[in-house]
Ligand binder design. Structure first.
Ligand SMILES: [Zn+2]
Length: 258
């Protein structure tokens, strides 16, 4: 039998599945190994070894062994670094954190390390923990994650005629082409909603803005709706699937708006 190598890393819990009578299969986003999947043997029985550590979006210390990179890891021990209690005590924040985690899961293949994704999760969960839940933070997280995953939308100007973004003009976002078109390049028969240059500028500003300043950004209703349309539509298009937590978040938002 070949020896298993032993490792230690920090990781966010992305998902947790029951496996058999007593085991759990847990997927993490870790700082040193990227997305990592492992089995916690006896986790459902051993409260001492794994006391409530496998809750979604918890940040944990993981000790694991595995024979090779492409094999399931054996989680030997795991303890919580940050449980994000203030997030869990608030429904809106919990939904947002779950959405961050689901996106990080969908956009990252297993075994590919990207410390920036780990840092993105850490900084945005800290922001969510400390500040009021905000639509701006959700949109700016989406933009940053898209960029790290290699799907940054082209928002600097029209992707057809290359004319730069001009204040006062309306634009249309083409998810399939990943960018904006000006009103003259957009098809006349299109049914998508237009986007104002102001919305686009806000997104451009938000994608690199210092994290500490995000709490000062409040999106007005139309700006929020336009940004949501662009980014959520684009994410669904890129993934080729619906994002479950986004759907729930939207349902709750509409309930709140009634
Ligand atoms: Zn154009």
């Amino acid at each position: 039998m070949s020896a298993r190598e032993s490792h230690k890393t920090a990781g966010f819990v992305l998902r947790c599945l029951n496996y058999g009578e007593s085991d759990l299969i847990v997927t993490f986003y870790s700082s040193d190994f990227g997305k990592l999947k492992g089995i916690a043997k006896g986790a459902k029985r051993s409260k001492k070894r794994f006391a409530n550590v496998f809750e979604p979006f918890s940040l944990t210390n993981i000790m694991f062994t595995r024979k090779s990179r492409d094999m399931l890891a054996f989680i030997e021990a795991c303890d919580v670094i940050e449980h994000y209690r203030p997030i869990r005590e608030n429904l809106e924040k919990t939904l947002i954190a779950s959405y961050f985690i689901e996106l990080a899961d969908h956009f990252n293949p297993e075994g590919k390390k990207n410390e920036k994704v780990f840092e993105l999760l850490r900084s945005f969960l800290a922001l969510l923990q400390e500040e009021k839940a905000s639509e701006a933070a959700v949109r700016f997280f989406e933009l940053r994650l898209l960029k790290l995953a290699g799907f940054e939308p082209a928002l600097e100007g029209c992707i057809s005629c290359k004319a730069p973004l001009t204040n006062g003009n309306s634009y249309y976002f083409y998810a399939r082409e990943g960018g904006l078109k000006c009103a003259s390049c957009a098809r006349a028969d299109r049914c998508d909603q237009s986007v104002s240059a102001g919305t686009v500028r806000t997104l451009l500003m938000g994608k690199d803005m210092d994290i500490g300043k995000i709490k000062m950004v409040a999106l007005g209703d139309s700006l929020a709706a336009e940004s949501r349309n662009i980014l959520c539509g684009f994410i669904t298009h890129v993934l080729g699937r619906e994002v479950k937590s986004l759907k729930i978040m939207e349902q709750v938002r509409r309930l709140g708006a009634d």
